[in-house]
Design a protein around this ligand. Structure first.
Ligand code: CO
Length: 403
């Protein structure tokens, strides 16, 4: 069996999504997600100009060898563009292998470790009361875990908060990034009240998550983690940037609030120190940005030795293909923690027909051979690429800060 052809499909049924489709000489095909939010075209070029020509004629069943060929063979290692391209190939090949086997992908990984996959949804509001309303909607839908974000008095815009309830909060619908304003002081003084209100309203059983989006220094993160311990968050996410992994030692010394990070990681070395020193509790590396199922499996296995669980990124900057592949992975991985879920637009769900299903706060990946997600190419062509970027963030005095 040989890879006969491969192509990249770019579509924007709400957000830009990049898909790699690999076809074999026996008619079986597989698809992988290659979406890198705000930098989509760099991965398109990486695949079309540098990867696809080397795939033609290769045996699609040699997933590991092709992974090594693209990783070691490129000389350049790691990095979001290259690792997203490798992930797209890897997921498409796992899709092909599972279709050839006539099995859902989770069977090839080792079978089910659980019956269903717990997900968390996003509740955001301009203030605490409107956030509580959004939490209620999630609870009514059956969610057992909700990420809560609310506006901060005195700051015109806040990360994770949309201008209108239920509307996406990113990316800016313009050809250039918009600019937000941030005050760490105002945020730190306000956000504990949000968790207090959620606990008061919904009791102790609901899992509460919160994303700080890299806005704090380690000592500020330590203060926040310590102050909100009594609300026992499921996790505090991305509380500080982590180019220097040992900065988490300082946070860890001060708080028992569980910590999660990794949605922008691409490799095991990006999180090795955090994991082996037990500085985090959940690793958020995604299949799409961390080199595919082949590589995320290495990260998850390593993490399991150190009691670190998975909590994959799953926002709508990833296509339904990533969600499908992640749900198969989550169904198998022994050290599963939770899976993020943000509903795609109706148009996106129609472009990517899928076998996965939501019920009462949990997903199941479906039982069709492969990862269970397909692409309707004709429909995809109706939504051409539109430049869109995440906002950039500045402190009140104009200093550029972390988004
Ligand atoms: Co996040």
């Amino acid at each position: 069996m040989k890879i006969r052809s491969a192509k990249v499909i770019v579509t924007c049924p709400g957000r830009n999504l990049v898909t790699l489709k690999i076809e074999t000489d026996e008619g079986v095909y597989g698809i992988g997600d290659a979406t890198l939010n705000g930098r989509e075209k760099s991965v398109v070029s990486y695949l079309e100009d540098h990867v696809i020509p080397t795939l033609i004629g290769k045996d699609p069943q040699r997933i590991e060898d092709i992974w090594q060929y693209l990783y070691r063979g490129a000389y350049w290692r790691r990095g979001p563009v290259g690792m997203t391209a490798i992930a797209a190939v890897d997921v498409a090949l796992w899709d092909i292998k599972a279709k050839l086997a006539g099995m859902p992908l989770y069977q090839l990984l080792g079978g089910k470790s659980r019956e269903k996959v717990m997900v968390y949804g996003h509740a955001t509001g301009l203030d605490i009361d409107s956030c509580l309303e959004e939490v209620r909607k999630h609870v009514e839908l059956g969610y057992k875990a909700v990420r809560v974000q609310c506006g901060i008095p005195g700051i015109p815009t806040t990360y994770g908060v949309s201008k209108e309830a239920g509307k996406p909060y990113e990316p800016a619908d313009s050809a250039l990034p918009s600019e937000n304003v941030w005050s760490t002081e105002k945020y730190l003084n306000h956000v504990p009240e949000l968790f207090a209100a959620v606990r008061k309203e919904f009791g102790e059983d609901l899992h509460i998550l919160h994303d700080v989006h890299h806005r704090l220094t380690p000592i500020q993160a330590a203060r926040l983690g310590k102050e909100v311990e009594k609300f026992h968050l499921f996790w505090l996410e991305d509380c500080t940037p982590v180019e220097n992994q040992s900065s988490y030692e300082l946070i860890r010394k001060h708080t028992t609030t569980p910590l999660a990070i990794g949605e922008i990681f691409n490799s095991l070395s990006d999180c090795q120190e955090l994991i082996q020193n037990q500085l985090i509790d959940y690793i958020r590396a995604t299949i799409t940005h961390a080199g595919g199922i082949t590589n995320v499996r290495r990260i998850a296995d390593f993490a399991s030795i150190f009691h670190v669980k998975t909590g994959f990124h799953g926002a709508t900057d990833l296509s339904p293909i990533c969600m499908g592949a992640a749900l198969h992975f989550d169904t198998w991985v022994p050290n599963f923690g939770i899976q993020e879920h943000m509903p795609h637009t109706k148009e996106t769900d129609l472009v990517f027909p899928h076998a996965y299903e939501f019920k009462d706060g949990f997903f199941t990946p479906g039982d069709v051979p492969g990862h269970g997600v397909d692409i309707d190419e004709e429909l995809a062509a109706k939504y051409p690429y539109k430049p869109a970027y995440l906002p950039v963030n500045r402190l009140e005095d104009g200093t550029l800060w972390n988004w």
